[in-house]
Write a protein that binds this ligand. Structure first.
Ligand SMILES: NC(=O)c1ccc[n+]([C@@H]2O[C@H](COP(=O)([O-])OP(=O)(O)OC[C@H]3O[C@@H](n4cnc5c(N)ncnc54)[C@H](O)[C@@H]3O)[C@@H](O)[C@H]2O)c1
Length: 351
């Protein structure tokens, strides 16, 4: 029986991927050391997800391994060896802002952890698909130099610009931009994943995602914007809007749709592929629009504060052009639009 290794298996993307691939009857090997708790505190811990996934899926095995630890990783890979059909690498230090607090930790988890996973895969199961969760932050603040126009609730892109109709594609430069240390460590990882595809001919794919969301997110102020926002609305916690008048735009993809995209790649892999991935023009919102939608679900006004000054390098407008992925994998269609996403986040809190 095929083995799927998933790092960050207790986090948002990892846990949806565990559910999806376990549902196909695969042996799913999760790797997660609950480092999210170290990054964002007790409320962001993903440990309870381990027992939930174990109780749901008898074919799920969990290792509390740190992806920085090559000796322990080697033991996991040696155990499953050539049975490994696919590696989904979703463990990370995922926050822009947090990275500057501990630059070594950020770089070691994001960049070193990724080459560790690639090299283990090359040594033990070189034919496996290697799917890496990259980020749109590899483009740094490049999108902020686009000709943006202010509207009532959001920034939009000048209608004449080539990105206006379908969002930003993979041709955007990754150079000469402010990335944050997080963007830089993820870009290092993204490049090395591409290189294992090109240099060694391995089946690697990078997904450069906009915002990913879903009820499994342990949202925290520094990471997991929409899940955190819905939780603040629900619990009556103050939500701070950082800069850009709250009109900054993000596209949103549900992690379950992402897991189905991984499955497409797994079925028909390519070497060194890079895709922008997100809610595209079908699922995006500004912070102000998201606040309104969360208030509607919860049925009360949010407590808000406005901080005059944006997060450093934060995108003003990001919508992913997903057409390259859809050209390569025409069977994939996301199931969640914005309303379905808000409903799912709210329903997750009512449980
Ligand atoms: N959520 C988003 O909006 C978003 C957007 C773009 C890209 N991404 C990328 O997608 C991936 C998954 O994001 P997510 O939202 O699921 O994050 P998450 O924080 O919910 O999950 C990541 C998991 O990795 C684990 N982890 C962290 N360091 C580890 C280590 N050293 N060893 C083992 N496990 C470790 C954490 O404990 C956590 O459970 C990340 O690479 C992130 O950069 C996320």
């Amino acid at each position: 029986m095929g083995v799927i290794i998933i790092t960050g298996s207790s986090g948002l993307v990892g846990s949806e991927s565990v559910s999806f691939f376990s549902g196909l009857g695969k042996t799913v090997v999760g790797i997660d050391n609950d480092m999210r708790r170290h990054f964002f505190g007790e409320g962001a811990s993903t440990r309870s997800m381990v027992s939930l996934l174990k109780s749901r899926f008898p074919n799920f095995v969990h290792f509390e391994t740190d992806i920085r630890n090559r000796v322990e990783l080697e033991n996991v890979f040696r155990e499953f060896n050539s049975g490994i059909e696919c590696v989904i690498h979703a463990a990370a230090q995922p926050s822009h802002d947090w990275a500057a607090q501990e630059p070594f930790t950020d770089f070691e988890v994001n960049a070193l952890g990724t080459i560790n996973m690639l090299e283990m895969t090359r040594r033990h199961s070189p034919k496996a698909s290697f799917i890496f969760m990259s980020t749109n932050k590899v483009y740094g603040d490049q999108p902020n130099h686009l000709p943006l126009i202010e509207r009532e609730t959001r920034w939009t892109l000048d209608a004449g610009h080539p990105y206006a109709q379908n969002g930003i594609d993979e041709s955007m430069s990754v150079d000469q931009a402010l990335h944050s240390l997080f963007g830089a460590s993820k870009l290092a990882a993204d490049l090395v994943v591409q290189e294992y595809g090109r240099y060694f001919g391995m089946n690697t794919a990078c997904f450069r995602a906009g915002c990913i969301t879903g009820r499994n997110h342990a949202g925290a102020e520094q990471h997991g914007f929409l899940s955190y926002l819905m939780r603040c609305a629900f619990t009556g916690t103050e939500y701070k809007v950082y800069g850009y008048k709250g009109k900054q735009v993000r596209d949103m993809i549900h992690a379950a749709d992402l897991a189905r995209a991984f499955h497409e790649v797994f079925q028909s892999p390519r070497a060194g592929a890079v895709y922008n991935m997100g809610g595209h023009i079908h699922a995006n919102c500004s912070v102000l629009e998201a606040i309104r939608a969360c208030e509607e679900r919860v049925g009360k006004k949010m407590i808000q504060a406005y901080v005059d000054g944006n997060r450093r390098g934060d995108h003003i407008w990001w919508i992913s052009d997903t057409r390259l992925f859809q050209r390569d994998y025409p069977n994939w269609h996301p199931a969640y639009d914005m309303n379905a996403i808000y409903d799912d986040l709210f329903a997750g809190l009512l449980k």
